[in-house]
Design a protein around this ligand. Sequence first.
Ligand code: SF4
Length: 216
Amino acid sequence: MKSKNEVINIIKILKKTYPEAKCSLDFDTPFQMMVAVMLSAQCTDERVNKITPKLFKKYPTPEKMANASVEEISELVKSCGFYRNKSKNIWLSSNLLIEKYNGILPEDIKELENFPGVGRKSANVIMLEAFNKPQGIAVDTHVKRISNRLGLSIEKEPIKIEQDLLKQIPKEYLKDVNHIFIYFGRDICNSRKPKCDICPIKKFCDNNIEKKEKKR
Ligand code: SF4
């Protein structure tokens, strides 16, 4: 765990490094955000952004999506991994949205977590991107890796990592962290070969390769 000051410094440095950091999924409505997030599991945001224009043109609302068949949805999303399962979940979620919520996505993380294909991580992304109400941290592969390396959490399970992060990150920075960790993970603290030599936050890192080598 880090001190509050250390965490704020880490966030400020990364914000300066990635001033452009934001969600890279394209969408117009909260419903479309939910669908885009569902498609993005095990798939790149770039690919999802290539798929969704046609999908949202044909089925822009939960009503239209629910009236399509799973096969029709599959046809439009088949270049995405696990597309059969995702199509089924999109269809089920659209139906649930109409039956239980009158077609309006609830602004409540617990309710969102109950939609087929939407877990805690996706619900966090939807709360932040669709409603601008960050509730927690969406712990994806980048956030998990960076949290472990920096020493913000020694946990492996996303839900426990998120709990550790929420103890250390002041609420006003939740939005930033969700974005900058992803940019930082793609750019510098990547999975195979982190670029510790150019890392702007290396002095805060428990896994800084340079620091470890000096100790030897
Ligand atoms: S010093 Fe290396 S391991 Fe640590 S956060 Fe920076 S890039 Fe990642």
